[in-house]
Design a binder for this molecule. Sequence first.
Ligand code: NAP
Ligand code: GDD
Length: 340
Amino acid sequence: MLHHIKKNKKVALITGITGQDGSFLAEILLSKNYEVHGLIRRASTFNTSRVEHLYTDPHDTKAKLFLHYGDLNDTGTIRQLIYSIQPNEIYNLGAQSHVRVSFDTPEYTADVTALGALRILEAIKDFQIHTKKKIKFYQASSSEMFGTTPPPQNENTVFHPQSPYGCSKVFAYHATKLYREAYGIFAVNGILFNHESERRGETFVTRKITRGIARIKAGLDRKIFLGNLEAKRDWGYAPEYMEAAYLMMQYSVPDDYVVGTGESHSIHEFLEIAFKEAGLGDYKKYVVIDPRYYRPAEVHNLIADTAKVKKVLGWKPKTNFIQLVKIMVGADIKNLKNVK
Ligand code: NAP
Ligand code: GDD
């Protein structure tokens, strides 16, 4: 576990490195010459496909990405990793991140998504006291925390979460703020609105749609089964959001920032554009409503007010909604062609 610490470069630890955001963030940090460490879970199948292109054998002296087994619900490994790696920056992206699933596994979700953040913050606090070295902390906070509070939502908007996931993220958000204020830790909350990409998990609605379209086009499926199509989200392109996370960690003072596009669109609109892009015509011929995908409570509309992140960090989104849908449809159709 202990490894040679190179003093001349910045060292980052990413939890959730195998996820959509973790893989984009790892690319960004590696391109800036960081030594990057990622926490991965042991699974019976390979779960590192999103970072495979970045990985070289750790015995290679030029290796810059290192993966370590662990889990956000395991305090021991978290502390051991932090003491052995001694990172300059920790990005806590790991979470049970699926809102619908959090209703099925509320306690597990809170353990990983809420207490996981607290475990890292406690470890940083102790590490800083014992070593007198500083570690910066990024918490992947979420627009899901706003829940039913009407849009637009910004850094001062009241939270009214509508899921065990949302409640867990609110806890982690406040813990991050508390450790900043009580212990002087450089700890930031990136309150990110929905962001998608060709690497999005297959069960989130955008990817479920674009993957479903590719399968219909290839003759593998005839229908896509979905839940509530009325909900509206502020959807942006994931790699750009990880640039924002990086900028928050480089700013002179730690703070909290909302990141989004400032526009919201319904699932109906996503379907319309995606099916048109694929040349399949009217989506209503292919989409079937299945109540199993309804949630016990729903977040109806999210729209980011991004004035602060624009003014303070100079960040703004580049990819618009239609471009995002086209990227995702195109990638899924291409993926399936490559497999066949
Ligand atoms: P994702 O694709 O679902 O990735 C989640 C990551 O967390 C995966 O690497 C997963 O590992 C890891 N993980 C899950 N349970 C864990 C555990 N018990 N211990 C350690 N790691 C665990 O999520 P994402 O879209 O990249 O989002 C990244 C973070 O931002 C999450 O915290 C999410 O809640 C938050 N967020 C996302 C959005 C969005 O729109 N994407 C918006 C706001 C906030 P496996 O690969 O092994 O499952
Ligand atoms: N997943 C899913 N599957 N969602 C569906 C479906 C379906 O079959 N049918 C309709 N929806 C609706 C959901 O009810 C919700 O209103 C909307 O599509 C978006 O659902 P998701 O794509 O699952 O995302 P989310 O908004 O619940 O959560 C995502 O964004 C959050 C930020 O606001 C996740 O990435 C969270 O981790 C993230 O914090």
